[in-house]
Unconditional design. Sequence first.
Length: 299
Amino acid sequence: MLVFDRRTVRAHRDRAAAGFAGHDFLVREAADRLADRLLDFKRGFEVALDLGCHTGTLAQVLRGRGGITHLVQADLSPAMVGQAPGLRLAADEELLPFAPASFDLVLSVLSLHWVNDLPGTLLQISRCLKPDGLFLACMLGGDTLRELRDALLQAEADVTGGASPRVSPFAEVRDAGGLLQRAGFALPVADSETIAVDYPDTLRLMRDLRGMGESNAALARQRHPTRRAVLAAAAAIYQQRHGRTDGRIPASFQLITLTGWRPHESQQQPLRPGSAKSRLAAALGAPEQSAGEKAGSDG
């Protein structure tokens, strides 16, 4: 199933590369939060991959977290990865060029939401991890830019009498854990948090999205520039529905964090049914009843 135009995704990132440092606040914040999670693990990950590295933001914020001694950085955009320091290569997340069991850790910050075949990409990531290797990623979720989506849809309907996708679709957190499990990860966990960023106006928000390389790349998008009348109407609707008392507008970014492990025999395993050594009734201090017995029954 094709949702995104991957050539357009790469073109947007190539275009944004030169000025990315002026718009990288969201990637930097997500990278810092992801790096903090490495502190929860009492072990080091010597060889790691940063998949979708942008210009090397994660490498800059790691600051020794995770015990990483060798970091490989990869990005779909040659212009982006060309600015990253250290070991780097241009690579497509949908066709990873790495041998099986190459890494102790795979990290990804705000890149996987542009992948068409996310289950296939997760399967490839699992394969390139060593046994008991960790996958830790942050991607944009379905509530991202809900205010902008709302304003643009209403504005286009009012001005043109129709509507088209103006904001790219994103994954839902309720599906993310299942995708990890389907890809063969052990102990899969998906959670989310939302960051609200204030902007002076809608134009500044859209400029930031362009500067981050996050402009709409959906295959179903309109291929001509948005009409000025639509943009003006969207700005008014955004302010009316979501504006703050000081005149600024909020933009929501939902961050979904994925955690999973390459299976290994040392990992904690669920008990087999019927293998418990004590009874639940005894633990609860309650009388035990058979499955066919009803409370209060006379028999």
